[in-house]
Design a binder for this molecule. Structure first.
Ligand code: HXC
Length: 281
């Protein structure tokens, strides 16, 4: 547990700030995205999470629902973000069961370490299709609901925000990291997609931002992408430690809350300053 709050979110937020809102999240069964959704649900939202593995997605949905009595959290497994039809069906189902969609987290990702010499054309394409094309598919499928939510939030003139999307990316492509050509090319594309979404849809009240998590403890990304004995690498992070999922959840709450109203087209790097000292590491 991190000091200054509970396991889900720090104690600077009011507990009901997301009452009556709905979150739709791809990659929701993963360690980072599930923590993001957990924090939003704890603070009042209902949610729908999407994943490829039915058992895992449904279990994570049940776990998330436990954080607040009365919370509704739906888990749809067997939905691959590479399949626009399945994604649209899941979005429609989520919106009709929960009454719309106010916030979207495009978090589905696939990754592995591979040098370019051993990266097949299909391997590169697969990761770009999950990360970048999947993020676009998510935006397209949820956009009608984001637009509705943005216009409702505007007309209600309430403190309740809506019509916001967060894409998950990575700051490591600013300098480059070996064995990550496929994933980092996709993440660079995601940042551009977010920026264009921000400028094209901002006039209609929809905001788009990016969270770029750094090395976060106890996550699948760390398990897949780091080798044992990386203590030297941790020591070079300016804050001298790995991050935790709650710190990504807090950034998410900020961007979706009333506090983030005027933030649009930004990349919020949450990495303890790591990318600035880890060029090529
Ligand atoms: C080289 C590999 C490989 C590896 C798969 N491939 N793993 N190549 N090294 N370790 C190749 C395969 O041989 C195949 O190419 C192609 O990739 C597609 O593989 P499939 O297994 O058919 O694809 P699929 O079942 O769709 O699985 C997608 C996957 C898999 C990305 C390959 O690892 C996956 O499902 N991952 C999801 C979970 C995940 O990775 N989460 C971590 C996210 S971490 P050929 O040529 O043989 O057909 C994260 C942090 C980001 O996102 C931080 C930094 C960017």
């Amino acid at each position: 547990m991190t000091p200054g709050g509970n396991n889900y979110v720090s104690n600077v937020w009011r507990e009901n700030i997301f009452d009556g809102t709905v979150v739709f999240c791809t990659g929701g069964g993963g360690d980072i995205c599930s923590a993001q959704v957990k924090a939003l649900v704890y603070l009042g939202a209902n949610a729908c999470i999407i994943g490829r593995n039915i058992e895992k997605t449904e279990k994570v949905a049940r776990d998330i629902a436990m954080v607040r009595p009365g919370a509704k959290v739906l888990g749809y497994g067997s939905v691959d973000v590479r399949n626009p039809r399945l994604l649209r069906e899941a979005v429609q189902k989520c919106a009709s069961e929960l009454g719309g969609i106010d916030f979207v987290i495009a978090g589905a990702a696939g990754n592995f370490l591979a040098p370019i010499t051993q990266l097949s054309e299909n391997a590169f394409k697969t990761v770009v299709e999950i990360d970048l094309v999947g993020a676009f598919n998510t935006l397209k499928a949820t956009l009608p609901f984001l637009l509705q939510s943005a216009s409702r939030a505007k007309s209600e003139k309430s403190a309740r925000s809506g019509g916001r999307i967060i894409f998950l990316s990575a700051a490591t492509y600013y300098t480059g990291v070996p064995l990550q050509a496929h994933a980092l090319a996709a993440k660079a594309g995601i940042d551009v997609l977010a920026a264009n979404t921000a400028i094209e849809l901002g006039p209609r009240g929809v905001t788009a931002n990016v969270i770029a998590p750094g090395p976060i403890a106890n996550t699948e990304g760390m398990r897949r992408l780091t080798k044992p004995g990386n203590e030297k690498s941790v020591a070079r992070i300016p804050l001298g430690r790995l991050g935790n999922v709650r710190e990504i959840a807090d950034a998410t709450v900020y961007l979706f809350s009333d506090a983030g109203n005027y933030v649009n087209g930004e990349i919020l790097v949450v990495d303890g300053g790591a990318w600035r000292t880890h060029g090529g590491d």
